[in-house]
Design a protein around this ligand. Structure first.
Ligand SMILES: Cc1cc2nc3c(=O)[nH]c(=O)nc-3n(C[C@H](O)[C@H](O)[C@H](O)COP(=O)(O)OP(=O)(O)OC[C@H]3O[C@@H](n4cnc5c(N)ncnc54)[C@H](O)[C@@H]3O)c2cc1C
Length: 381
């Protein structure tokens, strides 16, 4: 039987999977294709955990998308074999009163999202493992937490297949087009006729569309560290410590799901190739992380590194996503530019992209445009 999907979705990361599931729910025949299996270690969605928090400074749109996504994650996970959202709460630690946290707090209150303002004394009382000497204040989002990201991607892909979707292994490329309409793609070298295509290829997008996205998305190395706590010490479990963000510096997830205490550095490293890059951490970065630990979590100052991961950011200069139609092909949509914050937004992104594909939405938002940003020179955010 000839496979003739309504939509081919390239990329089984969080953006592609939610796009595929949303289109499938709307009745479309969807083919989802990826060169590797969902959850493979090179994908940006494939870390063990990702933070889901609503606060975004004064940026109301992303806060609203997170509120919608948080509800959607909890709806989707009911169809999965196990929950993927861990309601640990998210603690924001503020060292500089530059207004980011306060503006975000105001947005949360406007949106009716529970948020508490904590003094340093409150933080010490609730979370004795946290060092507060350099903090101004803290905010706590009790309804937020962490997502088991790799697990989620794998299980959502299985759900897509169990509902009749087709999952193929292979690189997708643009195929034949007539005027402004794409008629076919290649999947692992095989021609597949399709009504539309979505390219949700994360850090591979700039290479796939060099003229359009080569200057819009840059791929940069990122390291995540896992530290081992002392035998019997439960202060770093999710029952005692929330997911946390030390604004502008580090973020982390307590020891959840059999994993150890995670620390991420909120600083993009050098350029990185997602296919060929070797994924070993740079030992030169460890002392910096340890210095942070000795200040923020003093009991972990000398904790051994028990695990680590090298991932990559697919960064745009303004850190806004790329969610747009291809400028030359009306039935091709590009989704990417996650810029270190898009995992949580997966369900909202899937809805937005599905709306673009089906014409429910005539055009994208300015902030998500591809071609308009290609014309602008890159600047570090
Ligand atoms: C260190 C780090 C920490 C982060 N922390 C957070 C966080 O706490 N909270 C949060 O919300 N977000 C976070 N993010 C961001 C988030 O992980 C990403 O924005 C998101 O996972 C990107 O998903 P994606 O689907 O765009 O890309 P990916 O997950 O990379 O998926 C793209 C897929 O496309 C496939 N592909 C490539 N080429 C082709 C092709 N030709 N045809 C078909 N398929 C192809 C790839 O194999 C891959 O599976 C973080 C990112 C990093 C790097």
């Amino acid at each position: 039987m000839t496979l003739r999907p309504d939509v081919v979705v390239a990329g089984a990361g969080v953006m592609g999977i939610f796009t595929a599931l949303t289109l499938q729910e709307r009745g479309a025949r969807v083919l989802l294709a990826d060169p590797w299996e969902p959850g493979h270690p090179r994908g940006t969605s494939s870390s063990e955990t990702r933070v889901i928090r609503v606060l975004y400074g004064s940026d109301r749109l992303y806060s609203e998308w997170t509120v919608a996504s948080l509800a959607a994650w909890q709806r989707w996970e009911r169809a999965l074999p196990r929950p993927v959202f861990l309601k640990t709460g998210v603690l924001w630690l503020t060292r500089h009163d530059d207004g980011y946290a306060a503006r975000g707090e105001a947005v949360l209150r406007e949106l009716g999202v529970p948020v508490e303002r904590l003094t340093n004394a409150d933080v010490e009382r609730r979370y004795p493992a946290v060092g507060t000497s350099d903090l101004k204040f803290a905010l706590f989002e009790p309804e937020s937490g962490a997502l088991l990201s790799r697990e989620a991607v794998r299980r959502l892909a299985e759900l897509f297949v169990s509902r009749g979707g087709t999952l193929r292994r292979g690189e997708v490329g643009l195929g034949q087009s007539t005027g402004r309409t794409l008629g076919a793609v290649s999947v692992g070298g095989e021609r597949i006729d399709t009504g539309a295509a979505v390219f949700a290829c994360g850090p591979w997008l700039p290479e796939l569309f060099p003229a359009l996205l080569g200057s819009v998305i840059r791929v940069r190395r990122a390291e995540e560290y896992f530290f081992g706590v002392a035998p019997g010490d439960q202060r770093f479990d999710s029952s005692h410590l929330p997911t946390w963000v030390d604004i502008g510096a580090h973020y982390g997830v307590p020891a959840v799901d059999g994993r150890s205490f995670k620390v991420g550095v909120d600083q993009p490293g050098p350029e990185f190739h997602p296919t060929t890059g070797e994924r070993r951490i740079d030992p030169a970065n460890l002392p910096v992380v340890r210095e942070f630990l000795s200040r923020r979590f003093p009991a972990l100052a000398d904790a051994p590194l028990v695990d680590s991961r090298v991932c990559q950011y697919e960064l745009t200069a303004d850190e806004h996503l790329v969610l747009d139609r291809h400028p030359d092909l009306d039935n091709v949509v590009l989704a990417g530019g996650g810029s270190g914050h898009a995992f949580k937004l997966g369900p909202a992104i899937g809805t937005f992209v599905a709306d673009l594909v089906t014409g429910v939405r005539a055009d994208t938002e300015d902030r998500f445009r591809a071609a308009a940003r290609a014309a602008r020179p890159w600047r570090e955010a």
